[in-house]
Design a protein around this ligand. Structure first.
Ligand SMILES: [Zn+2]
Length: 371
């Protein structure tokens, strides 16, 4: 149904509304982000349409009325609020958003990928993931912000954002994320049970199957960088590898968000070497860093993982490049520089998420322009 209301704005409704029901709907206009608030009285139709200016809405993102979902970027939310947000997007934007369960975590939680479609059959795709390390809460928060911008604020970002498909896994490690909220704020690994007398958890970012078990990883279960007993021993990394390999011809970029340190890192992580096309990776990495600063963000250091930060074998980025053959693969370490480290206060969520979005816009443009 489409209704014309005051201001000449067309309001598109996805369902019939009940008497006095308060509904949220998207205005198809230049105020695409604006939300209308509509009341209907029993005997006659009275439209009470409130259209907050896009500027205010974008800056504040504060609920001025009942929101359709609980997720915000003003605090860190539990997994259930994020999943409600995914379900909402799929329901409200059925032509654009599809929630796919690609597997099950150690503790039985869904491994979700959000497929965000450009609507173009041969579009190239960008893989984005977050939450690999449980304590890095800014990562899934920023990834969810990117999802919101791509879906709910699409028109503000131009042709490249609209021209690529996204595959987004906001929580690579859902069990660890919940554990870091409920039990141990600084938990890093997944929640694989340890044998008697040993420790729980595998470092998922040492468990991918390219140069697995090398420098910067450990065979000892009690270490923070425990690589697991073989490559892809964990259901979380196994699910991701299956999905990515099944779509590898479409996926031209692979960006995995971590914290902290403000780095844009490209392969290799297993050794202080670079891939043959590293000049492209370096160029795009520097372009992302410039875009972040132009958007008001801080300085991010660009370089290859092992030389810039430290050696880490079995990482997602090395696997995406070396095994899946994806051109642009990056690990982005978000804010901060160490003042708060993993326990980044909530006031930094939105500015940091804008860093992440600025970087992804650069990636979208590069991917869109690939031959
Ligand atoms: Zn990390």
């Amino acid at each position: 149904m489409t209704f014309n209301v005051q201001l000449g704005v067309k309001i598109q409704m996805s369902k019939m509304i009940e008497t006095n029901e308060i509904v949220l709907c998207t205005a198809r206009s230049r105020w695409t982000r604006d939300i209308a608030y509509i009341l209907r009285s029993p005997n006659k139709v009275i439209w009470n349409v409130v259209l907050p200016s896009r500027k205010n809405w974008a800056r504040k993102r504060k609920p001025t009325f009942d929101r359709a979902y609980r997720l915000t970027w003003q605090r860190y939310h539990r997994l259930s609020d994020h999943m409600e947000f995914h379900d909402y997007l799929q329901k409200e934007f059925p032509n654009m958003v599809q929630v796919v369960n690609i597997g099950t975590s150690v503790e039985g939680r869904q491994m979700r990928v959000l497929k965000i479609s450009s609507g173009q059959p041969n579009a190239k795709a960008v893989w984005i993931d977050g939450g690999t390390h449980a304590r890095e809460w800014i990562s899934p928060a920023s990834v969810s912000y990117i999802v919101s911008e791509f879906v709910e604020n699409r028109a503000a970002h131009g042709p490249y954002v609209a021209g690529v498909d996204l595959y987004v896994a906001p929580f690579v490690n859902p069990d660890g994320y919940e554990y870091s909220h409920a039990v141990d704020r600084l938990w890093r690994k997944n929640r694989k049970a340890g044998g008697s007398g040993t420790c729980a958890g595998t470092d998922l970012n040492r468990n991918y199957g390219y140069k697995w078990g090398g420098a910067g990883s450990s065979r000892q279960p009690c270490k923070e960088i425990y690589a697991g007993n073989r490559a892809f021993s964990e259901p979380e990394t196994a699910a991701i590898s299956r999905f990515v390999l099944a779509n590898k011809d479409k996926i031209k970029a692979y960006v995995t968000f971590h914290s902290y340190g403000q780095y844009i890192l490209y392969p290799w992580g297993y050794d202080r070497k670079v891939p043959p096309d590293y000049a492209d990776l370096d160029r795009v990495g520097r372009k992302m860093a410039r875009a972040i600063q132009s958007a008001g963000g801080p300085s991010y250091t660009v370089g290859n993982s092992a030389a810039t930060l430290y050696a880490a074998s079995g990482g997602a980025d090395d696997w995406a490049k070396g095994a899946a053959g994806i051109k642009y693969t990056y690990t982005i370490e978000l804010r901060d520089n160490g003042a708060y480290g993993f326990v980044l206060p909530a006031q930094f969520i939105e500015p940091t998420a804008r860093d992440a979005m600025a970087a992804i816009k650069v990636i979208a443009e590069e991917v869109y322009n690939l031959p």
